[in-house]
Design a protein. Structure first.
Lengths: 112, 113
């Protein structure tokens, strides 16, 4: 079992729709959770971080964390073609500067 | 406020050679982590430096080594290059603390021929 699992996609949604990206992790003691966006040929760019159960909203993005189910998700509302990218889920076992483990990413295509 | 910078942008080497990649962290950050990202994969953790010491290491051979300088900048060295070392090498910096959010540099694309 991979430590951080994501559906590789591609996930295709029409412009204006909600894109839902999911991620599961295996280490139950994980404390910090991140979503990064990566355009082709570029480096990952931080979108959201979440540390406690529940929802966290930032503009069109909402991160959801359920530690009991070891599940974290990212919702993108009003999806735009510029949102087309690979979305990486990342998990850190503990806070305080320990290594971050990345999933392989989900490719999202937003059709105009 | 300068972000994370890396040099060089691209590099072409041949098998058996050695390479050094450089990273300057975001202003105010004290921790540098290095990742290797192969095509179609997520970044794989190589190691992390804090207070000029290697604090954690991923599943990479000893051919991969690093250093952190007093100004928090860092180098990644790879010896005896293999074809499989071809990848995007990413540096990420963070401020050690309860929220260790990492910010990535633009990366160095290494091609081994």
């Amino acid at each position: 079992q991979k430590e951080v699992e994501q559906n590789s996609g591609p996930l295709s949604v029409p412009e204006g729709a909600i894109a839902s990206l999911n991620c599961t992790y295996s280490d139950r003691v994980s404390q910090s959770f991140f979503w990064y966006r990566q355009y082709s040929g570029k480096s990952p760019e931080l979108i959201m971080s979440i540390y406690s159960n529940g929802d966290k909203e930032d503009g069109r993005f909402t991160a959801q964390l359920n530690k009991a189910s070891q599940y974290v998700s990212l919702l993108i509302r009003d999806s735009q073609p510029s949102d087309s990218a690979t979305y990486l889920c990342a998990v850190s076992p503990r806070t305080g500067g320990f290594k971050t483990i990345f999933g392989a990413g989900t490719r999202l295509f937003v059709k105009a | 406020d300068a972000g994370v910078t890396q040099s060089p942008t691209h590099l072409i080497k041949t098998r058996g050679q050695q390479v050094t990649l450089r990273c300057s962290p975001k202003s105010g950050h004290d921790t540098v982590s290095w990742y290797q990202q192969a095509l179609g994969q997520g970044p794989q953790f190589i190691f992390q430096y804090y207070e000029e010491e290697e604090r954690q290491r991923g599943n990479f051979p000893d051919r991969f080594s690093g250093h952190q300088f007093p100004n928090y900048s860092s180098e990644l060295n790879v010896n005896a290059l293999l074809l499989g070392d071809s990848a995007l090498y990413l540096c990420a910096s963070s401020l050690r603390g309860p929220t260790d959010t990492q910010y990535f540099g633009p990366g160095t694309r290494l091609t081994v021929l």
